[in-house]
Design a protein around this ligand. Sequence first.
Ligand SMILES: [Zn+2]
Length: 338
Amino acid sequence: MRIFILLTVLIATLSARDLVPEHWIENVPATNNSIQTSLVFQTVAGVAAAAGSCQLGMVAAPATFSPSSLSSAEETVSVGAVLGSATADVDLRFSNGSAQSLSWPVGIKVMKRRVLRVAVYKVTEDGLGGVNNTPDLIPEEEDLKNYLNSQVFGPQLNLTLDLDIVDDNLLLDWKPSNDEYGYFEVGNPDTNSPDQQMTIDAVVDQTTGKLPADIVVFLIGANTMLDRDKVGVTNQLARVCWVYGDVHDGGAADPDPYTSVEKVKRTIAHEIGHILVGYGHPDKAENPGPAELPGTNWKARLMVSGLYGGPNAGVQFVKGEWDAAEVELKKIQPTVNP
Ligand SMILES: [Zn+2]
């Protein structure tokens, strides 16, 4: 079993008296399986933090550190865990000689490596007048896999998505169940609209009633956005998401036109995020999800709403979301469990 560590990073203030860190801020998830992270030392007046001025040991079993102690003003540390360690939250204690830090301001979460199967279906709208709307913004399978696994879920949740984009388009006509506009209608969370149910019925195993993967993504080709104004929706209970797969460009007044495969990739990541951590958005007071973190940069977060998302929004998960994902991942029976 491979183990992955998520490390919160910090800024330490060393007191003149004992050089033990007293104050810690920041929360920066790492980006690698073996985490490379910077510990930045700041000193109070008159205390130099040059190389060799202090030696801070680090203890947080089952976590391991390389190098095992800190001795320079800024240091990059790789964090791992003892093979076979169980999932756990542990505190990092610093030691200076025989003195241990009084507070334990850095947390490390050890997460099991998990694999989930994801099936992506391209849904073509059986259009009015015989004109069909095939989704135009379709990521390449390898590119989407790399993005989700290397940039989003792998480094942050130790989760690998075994993803397959199904070759054949599903050709569906949802207009009869809907109104004169024929847009793809969505229901409330955990309740599918007839249009959503139609997509599920098209892929579900007729005998067992099971979906073909742990998570199913439908890329919807249509003239109009989902429900007319959404690029993605998720039913967490069903573990299914629907992502708009066509161009939407509001013209000069549109700050964030939906015109690239990159946008679709991030929307897929965000909607799968809803399956793993729940429906909320940190910037929405009525339902901020598991980690609102007021006053922080919501735009850095994968789960930020479109309101604060927009161009160049990040893909960061935070500790409350790691924990929520852990609960959900334990519920999902992985079909591959290394
Ligand atoms: Zn959302």
